[in-house]
Design a binder for this molecule. Structure first.
Ligand code: GDP
Ligand code: MG
Length: 440
C-alpha cells in the first residue's frame, strides 16, 4: 500500500497542507488495502470518512511525502479505532466466576479455552476449571479433556446425556465446592449463526452469569465479521474478542470490523496451535498488518519531531531578538497542545514559576489552547504580525470569526503582550527561554 500511495502522491507538487484532492486520491488506495485485508465494507466507509476529516488541511512535513503522511494518519486512526492500548481479561470478580467462550464451529474456541486457562493459571496464579458444553460434536468434550491433560489444567468430569446448561451448572457447583477461582466454559458452535445457537448461548449465560463472554473469531473472517460480531453481541452480549490464527495469512481486518461494530475490545490473539500460542493484542501491529506497510510510521514520527525542533529553534532565535508575534504565539500554543498542555511543560521547567503563574492567570489550560489558536487563526497575517492594529472593530470581527467574546480576544492579546515582554527580558539574560524553546 505505502508504495502505491507514495507513488501517486509524489507526483503531486508538495503544498503547505494536504488538500481534499490529495487525501481523496490517497484514500482510494487505503480503501483498497482495507478491503484486501478483509475489513467489512461499512467499516471501510466510516473509517475513511474519519481519516478524511483528520487529514485534510494538515501540514505536510518537510522530510516526508504527502503519501507517507497520509499513511501515517491512516495508521494512527486505525490504531485508535482498534482500541489504543489493548485490554486484558477482567478478573475483578468474586470467585468462582465464569468466562464463557462463544463463536462459530472451528473458530478456535476449545483451543483458546485451554490457552487462556493455562495463562490464568501460570501468569495470574488462579485455580481454573475447564468445562466443555459442546454436546453436539462427537468427541468435543474429549478434546478439551486431552488439552487439560496436556496443560495440567483440571477439566470437569464428563457425564453422558447432560444438556449444555446442565453441564454449565454442574461446573459452577464443582468450582464452588472445589475452591476454584475461574470456570472456563467452552461452548458448541455452528457452521453459521442460527437461532438455536443463540438460544443455547443465552441459556448458558443466564445459568452461569459469566464475568467475561469472549467471542472467538478466526482472523480470516471476511465480510461476515460484522454479522458475526453483531449477532453475538446483540443476542448474548460479548465483553471482548479473541482473534485466532493470526499466525496465518490473515491480515486481521476482522479485528477492525468487529471492534467498530460492537465497540468491544480484542483482548487476546491466537498465534498457533500450541497451548502457549496466545498473545496480548497490540493494535499497532495489527494496523501495520492491515495496511501492509513497513517503517513509514516511524519515519513520519521522526520527521514530525525534527520539524517541531526546527520550528522551536527558529522561534527561540526570533524571541531573543524581541520578535514574538501572534503567529509565534499560535505555533507555541500548538506545540504545547502536542506536548500535553502548558501545565505539563511548565511543571517540568525549573525557574519558570513566575511565568507559570501568569499563564495560569491568563487561564491557559489544555482546552483553552484550542480556542486561542482559533482566535489567532481568525486574524489576517498582517494583524498577527502587528497586534497593535487590533482596534475595536477588528477585535469584534475576530471574535465573531472564532466564536468567542471580544473579552477573550483581549485576554489573548494581553497574554501575548506579557509573554513578549517576558521573553525580551529573558532573552537579554541567560537565555533560559531560548534553551527552553530549543528543547521542545
Ligand atoms: P472450535 O470448534 O471453535 O472449538 O475450534 P478448535 O479450538 O477445535 O480449533 C479448530 C482448529 O483450529 C484446531 O485444529 C486448532 O488447532 C486450530 N487453531 C485454533 N487456534 C489457532 C491459532 O491461533 N492458530 C492456528 N494456526 N491454529 C489454531
Ligand atoms: Mg470446540
Amino acid at each position: 500500500l505505502s508504495d502505491r500511495l507514495s507513488g501517486i502522491l509524489d507526483k503531486l507538487t508538495r503544498r503547505g497542507a494536504l488538500s481534499e484532492a490529495d487525501v481523496s486520491e490517497a484514500l482510494r488506495e487505503v480503501r483498497r488495502a482495507l478491503i484486501e485485508a478483509d475489513v467489512a465494507l461499512p467499516v471501510v466507509k466510516s473509517f475513511t470518512d474519519k481519516v478524511r476529516t483528520r487529514a485534510v488541511g494538515q501540514e505536510v512535513l518537510k522530510s516526508v511525502t504527502p503519501g507517507q503522511q497520509v499513511v501515517k494518519i491512516v495508521h494512527d486512526q486505525l490504531v485508535e479505532m482498534l482500541g489504543g492500548a489493548g485490554e486484558p481479561i477482567d478478573l475483578n470478580a468474586a470467585a468462582p466466576f465464569a468466562i464463557m467462550m462463544v463463536g462459530l464451529q472451528g473458530s478456535g474456541k476449545t483451543t483458546s479455552t485451554a490457552k487462556i486457562a493455562l495463562r490464568l493459571t501460570k501468569n495470574e496464579r488462579r485455580k481454573v476449571l475447564m468445562a466443555s458444553l459442546d454436546t453436539r460434536r462427537p468427541a468435543a468434550q474429549e478434546q478439551l479433556k486431552v488439552l487439560g491433560e496436556q496443560t495440567g489444567i483440571e477439566t470437569l468430569p464428563i457425564v453422558a446425556g447432560q444438556s449444555p446448561v446442565q453441564i454449565a451448572s454442574r461446573a459452577m457447583t464443582a468450582a464452588r465446592l472445589g475452591g476454584y477461582d475461574i470456570v472456563m466454559l467452552d461452548t458448541a458452535g455452528r457452521t453459521h449463526i442460527d437461532e438455536p445457537l443463540m438460544v443455547e448461548m443465552a441459556e448458558i449465560k443466564a445459568a452461569t452469569n459469566p464475568h467475561e463472554i469472549l467471542l472467538v473469531a478466526d482472523s480470516l473472517t471476511g465480510q461476515d465479521a460484522v454479522n458475526l460480531a453483531t449477532s453475538f453481541d446483540e443476542r448474548v452480549g460479548i465483553t471482548g474478542i479473541v482473534l485466532t490464527r493470526m499466525d496465518g495469512d490473515g491480515r486481521g481486518g476482522a479485528a477492525l470490523s468487529m471492534r467498530a461494530v460492537t465497540g468491544k475490545p480484542v483482548k487476546l490473539v491466537g498465534t498457533g496451535e500450541k497451548a502457549d500460542a496466545l498473545e496480548e493484542f497490540h493494535p499497532a501491529r495489527i494496523a501495520d498488518r492491515i495496511l501492509g506497510m513497513g517503517d513509514i510510521v516511524s519515519l513520519v514520527e521522526k520527521a514530525a519531531r525534527e520539524l517541531d525542533q526546527e520550528k522551536a529553534a527558529k522561534m527561540a532565535a526570533r524571541m531573543q531578538k524581541g520578535n514574538f508575534d501572534l503567529e509565534d504565539l499560535a505555533e507555541q500554543l500548538r506545540q504545547m497542545e502536542k506536548l500535553g498542555g502548558m501545565s505539563g511543560i511548565m511543571g517540568m521547567m525549573p525557574g519558570v514559576g513566575k511565568m507559570k503563574k501568569q499563564l495560569d492567570a491568563a487561564n491557559i489550560d489544555d482546552r483553552v489552547i484550542k480556542r486561542q489558536v482559533a482566535i489567532i487563526q481568525s486574524m489576517t497575517p498582517q494583524e498577527r504580525r502587528k497586534p497593535d492594529l487590533l482596534k475595536a472593530s477588528r477585535k469584534k470581527r475576530i471574535a465573531t470569526g472564532s466564536g468567542v467574546d471580544v473579552a477573550d480576544v483581549n485576554k489573548l492579546l494581553k497574554m501575548h503582550r506579557q509573554m513578549a515582554d517576558m521573553m525580551k527580558q529573558m532573552g537579554k539574560g541567560k537565555g533560559l527561554l531560548g534553551k527552553m524553546m530549543g528543547g521542545m
